[in-house]
Write a protein that binds this ligand. Structure first.
Ligand SMILES: [Cu+2]
Length: 525
């Protein structure tokens, strides 16, 4: 896929679309066709079958012009059931692409139409079906706006992934100690949320496979489920880091990082063995759109000698903050403006937290010598919220008192591998009931030893406190809650009635329980 799309190219592509003949596979008039498919990707010289989401221009994902509606026809050519979520967008809940309960997944060969007014910025899309996200069913969703187009900056999308030659079922099985088959069934639970009067027997047997169901009543009498003893994940699956002086009062405690030991980290589908080289102009002005599309990995974006200004988080403008290193948690996005100081080659690296592993792309002016970069360097620290505390939304929420204040505790751990919200494990969770028009504040408190990137569907929220210190922070859709009693308070207006998922965006945390529902009063259960 091509990531460097200048404003000129963007309009050029739009023009080309007009003159191309209509082909048999084109979408309905006025709709963009997005094809979910399988493809072969070569990673470090070895082939792997992965998914892809290909837009009408043959590129990964969808790019919309200023004011353009999201009128998309999703075609499922994967051969499996699938459903795609438009991460960070605020569509009506029936178009959110979450497989429960509003939209059943698309069967093979099925198509589904979407039509809503998108909000501008850097967004992305990913399957919310089973573990398909881990097999790269992810793509950029870029919505341009008129002001940003006038800046006439070269747009460069940097999409990050974590990659394994093992199947996602094997990865989940390795973490939880259950069989691959049980892991596969667990991953499909997301389709089968219990509804009153639903087929409870089937639901129960599915839920009994969840390691989240550690209550004695669930586990000890789990006859007939074939549930093996909970095995511990191998130590090689777990990164860890001693923290000491940096965390006053915590002493030397072990923070968990990087549940999965991945084979590679991808930047626009490539590794540092053969990175994408993006041609830039001497003195070029760039808008770098970083998307962390990884399933279970968090990165520091390292601009090296360059200084960038972050101007948007999760698509929402913030007052610029200049840095050379920016944390990007799972599912978050950053818009970073970079003005190149000279001709040359400029690696843009994504460094995996807590390790020396890295991936990236290289910006290069014509004729520049491209440096060779190894994928193992000095270890990067764990992600933290030091940048988050400095961020301030350009358009904050209007000041008003909260109508509903709710604390949600984040819990769980590696042994057994299961993660919870308020002590409950999806799908056996209690919905938080909202009323339209409420100002809602959620205090997220992390009782676990691992950071959690928490995502709310269908709403943008503002970060209003970090570790009890009030801020007028960024507007976002995903926020990192740091471990060992780290806390983040978010505020949003309940203005999009429906049933919305609220979950950790670490795929394996979500799959083993760390998810709940925000449900509006008056929406049928
Ligand atoms: Cu998590």
């Amino acid at each position: 896929m091509s990531q460097a799309i200048s404003r000129r190219d963007f309009f050029g592509a739009a023009l080309a679309a007009v003159v191309l003949p209509v082909v048999a596979q084109s979408a309905s008039p006025g709709r963009k066709r997005l094809v979910a498919r399988t493809r072969v990707l070569e990673v470090n010289g070895r082939q792997a079958q992965v998914f892809g989401l290909t837009g009408p221009d043959g590129r990964s994902g969808i790019s919309l012009g200023p004011g353009e509606r999201f009128r998309v026809e999703l075609a499922n050519e994967t051969g499996a059931r699938t459903l795609v979520h438009w991460h960070g967008q605020l569509p009506p809940w029936t178009q959110d692409g979450f497989p429960w309960p509003q939209t059943p997944p698309l069967a093979p060969r099925e198509t589904h139409a979407y039509d809503f007014a998108p909000i501008p910025g850097t967004f992305w899309m990913h399957s919310h079906q089973g573990l398909q996200e881990q097999r790269l069913m992810t793509a950029p969703l870029i919505v341009h706006d008129a002001a940003e187009m006038r800046e006439d900056r070269q747009e460069i999308v940097l999409m990050l992934h974590d990659f394994s030659f093992r199947t996602p079922d094997e990865l989940l099985a390795g973490l939880t100690g259950i069989s691959d088959a049980a892991a596969h069934a667990m991953a499909r639970m997301i389709e089968n949320v219990p509804a009153p009067g639903g087929n409870a027997a089937k639901q129960h047997s599915m839920m009994a496979m969840s390691p989240g169901m550690t209550a004695a009543s669930d586990m000890s009498n789990g006859a007939g489920t074939g549930m093996p003893e909970m095995a511990m994940p191998g130590s090689s699956m777990t990164g860890s880091l001693m923290t000491g002086s940096s965390m006053p009062g915590m002493g030397a405690m072990r923070m968990d990082l990087n549940d999965v030991d991945y084979d590679a980290f991808l930047a626009n589908d490539r590794t540092l063995a053969d990175p994408e080289i993006v041609r830039v102009e001497r003195g070029g002005r760039i808008r770098l759109r970083v998307i962390n599309g990884a399933s279970s990995s968090q990165f520091w974006i390292d601009l090296g000698e360059l200084v960038g200004r972050v101007v948007a988080t999760d698509g929402h403008p913030v007052h610029p903050v200049a840095r050379s290193r920016f944390p990007v948690a799972i599912a978050q996005r950053l818009d970073i403006l970079i003005d190149l100081p000279r001709a040359g080659a400029f690696p843009i690296l994504a460094r995996l937290e807590g390790t020396g592993r890295q991936t990236g792309i290289v910006l290069a002016t014509a004729g520049a010598q491209i440096p060779r970069i190894v994928d193992n360097a000095q270890a990067a620290p764990p992600l933290d919220n030091s940048l988050e505390t400095r961020l301030a939304a350009v358009t904050p929420l209007l000041a008003r008192p909260a109508d509903l204040v709710q604390t949600i505790s984040l819990g769980g751990g590696m042994k057994p591998y299961a993660w919870s919200m308020n002590g409950e494990y999806w799908p056996r969770t209690t919905p938080l009931m909202l009323s339209k028009g409420q100002r809602v504040e959620i205090e997220l408190v992390n009782h676990s030893m691992m950071a959690h990137p928490i995502h709310l569907h269908g709403h943008a929220f503002q970060v209003v406190a970090i570790d009890d210190r009030p801020i007028q922070g960024a507007v976002r859709d995903t926020v990192l809650v740091t471990p060992m009693m780290g806390s983040v308070r978010i505020a949003f207006d309940a203005n999009n009635p429906g049933r919305w998922a609220f979950h950790c965006h670490n795929l394996y945390h979500m799959m083993t329980g760390m998810m709940m529902e925000f449900r509006y009063q008056g929406i049928a259960a």
